[in-house]
Design a protein around this ligand. Sequence first.
Ligand code: 5AD
Ligand code: SF4
Ligand code: FES
Length: 359
Amino acid sequence: MKQRANQSNANEREVLNSEVPLERDLLLEIIANPSGPLAEQVMAKADMLRAEHVGPEVHLRGLIEFSNYCRNNCLYCGLRRDNRQVNRYRMTPQEIIAAAEQGAILGYKTVVLQSGEDLTFTGEILADIIREIKKIGLVVTLSVGEREPREYELWRNAGAERYLMRHETSDPDLYAKLDPGQTLEKRVSLLKTLKSLDYQLGTGFMVGLPGQTAETLLADVELARELQAEMVGIGPFIPHPGTPLGSCPGGTLEQTCVMVALIRIFLPFSLIPATTALGSISPQGRESALKAGANVVMPNLTPRIHRADYQIYPGKICLGEEAAECRGCIAGRITSIGRQVSEGPGHNPIWLQNQINPV
Ligand code: 5AD
Ligand code: SF4
Ligand code: FES
């Protein structure tokens, strides 16, 4: 008993001392025990690192979910092509640009254009939309999945600065099972292509996927670091009844917040969203993530008529709220925890430095 207590004290010292890199076994123990005292310390340390490296500001990104058509069949996702219950929609380019304009009026500096993998939006069509949105003076983040490298290049040249594409899980076998017809190898190769095109690269993963272990989650963090991702999105897996994983258990708030904290420790300058999925499983989920290392929130800018049809997972928050309501709600939540809404574009500081002094 005494020995265990000593071991635990030693672990605590190690977690608290930022000079000592965390040991692999200790990291696995923390991931496996997300409600334990070590996990608490890791989150406190991540919060300190967040304050030190990226400050008190929280960056807002207005999310426009412009098409829920998807050619893929990911086992976890409500928008998978075999889910016939989905009322599919595509916004027109004019509607997308109008939503971005509304975002600018509401004070957003960045819009995220997100969709399923919908090839109806050709490279050229999306490039035109990006050019129009750039005229408004917004930063453009894309999240439209796996496309041709030349399309990524076209969009970068049209002015898009950021690209989000989670690696989902770092376990290649699990990836192949969950994303039929797709491979982790291809995903990682495309993420590297995006990085080489000088996008601010966003990767990320789900927490609590069936078949995932503490080792997988640690490898997820290591992969994000290996990619030198500028942004890392982490959300709990939420089982969707219209999918083959509908009766599996989902990820928890605690597990997800610990993973947010580890990303902050491994990539101290990164942009980390407090995800909507986390806000959907727990009323204060986003606030918890913001206190465990996160510094971004992505309120919804999708026109209300389409919101309920973009249900990647069930129970998604903000289905009934207007964009302006979400904007106000989120500002209140940020200030309630002693943080402030950023007025700037919210670029990753390392990426920005490289733009000024190209290496
Ligand atoms: N629960 C939580 N997140 C999900 N995603 C897809 N399906 C689910 C689900 N059931 C995530 C994936 C994807 C992002 C847009 O949403 O990580 O990259
Ligand atoms: Fe399509 Fe993305 Fe859903 Fe997979 S996770 S089915 S790629 S929308
Ligand atoms: Fe949409 Fe709170 S962020 S209502």
